[in-house]
Design a protein around this ligand. Structure first.
Ligand code: HEM
Length: 220
């Protein structure tokens, strides 16, 4: 059965993809509550930033949430094979949402209450996010399928920082720490391990010769 990036999937990869989709849609759908524009939905440690940044904060949450859900769905090989046009338009939507999410993240990062280290971590993530996504998109436009796949995997690893951050936050809260105490660390730990994991996955795919399984007609 074809699954992640067109490779034949065993049970482990199918389970991983299912978990990824559930987490992406779980975090994404919860984040859509910001559409209400109601300060009551904002965690206390982000109230000041929300009030200072208004619609830019809302734009960040909504655009990033859409990128997370659409990006996760793009890994479904069946979707790419059966409806290549859907994959193309979803890809454009993903890139546009990443751009809106990253530029608004740059804007709000200086207002993170916990200080300059967290600002630096989130800004570096936003910079990497937009850079890597633009490279992935340019490879798609030029029909360099293998390069497009590699860079989209890297891009989504950064998008998935939203998932890692919330999982780590839950662990810290269980240990008795709150967001203000941990956000400087979280601003780096939510994405650097994802980068390592993405590179390990790409190395493993190269070793197994999976990159040659190109599907040129389904590139975005
Ligand atoms: C990958 C690059 C990203 C960067 C650099 C980034 C940066 C930020 C920053 C600086 C804040 C404010 C934090 C604070 O004031 O302490 C924030 C909040 C938020 N971000 Fe992102 N973000 C990114 C991706 C995402 C994604 C993919 C989602 C998708 C769900 C997302 C959803 C949210 C939400 C919902 C909040 C409000 C806080 C909450 O309710 O948890 N962000 N982000």
């Amino acid at each position: 059965m074809a699954g992640l990036y067109g490779m034949r999937t065993g049970p482990l990869r199918r389970v991983s993809l299912t978990v990824l989709l559930l987490l992406a849609f779980g975090v994404g759908l919860v984040s859509l509550r910001y559409l209400s524009g109601d300060p009551a939905v904002v965690p206390p440690s982000m109230q000041a930033s929300f009030l200072a940044n208004g619609w830019i904060f809302v734009m960040h949450t909504i655009a990033s949430a859409i990128a997370l859900m659409v990006g996760a769905a793009q890994f479904l090989a069946a979707l790419r094979r059966r409806w290549p046009m859907v994959h193309r338009w979803a890809g454009r939507c993903y890139v546009a949402c990443c751009a809106a999410g990253a530029f608004s993240a740059f804007w709000i990062a200086p207002d993170v209450e916990s200080g300059p280290v967290a600002t630096a971590g989130f800004s570096a993530l936003a910079f990497a996010w937009i850079g890597v996504t633009v490279v992935a998109w340019r490879h798609a436009v030029a029909r360099r399928v293998d390069c497009h796949r590699r860079w989209m995997l890297r891009s989504f690893a950064l998008t998935a920082a939203a998932i890692s951050l919330r999982i780590q936050l839950l662990v810290f809260e269980a240990l008795g720490f709150d967001y203000d105490q941990t956000s400087a660390l979280l601003s780096f730990s939510c994405w650097l391990p994802n980068v390592v994991l993405a590179e390990m996955t790409l190395w493993w795919m190269r070793r197994r010769g999976m990159e040659s399984e190109a599907v040129p007609d389904t590139v975005s």
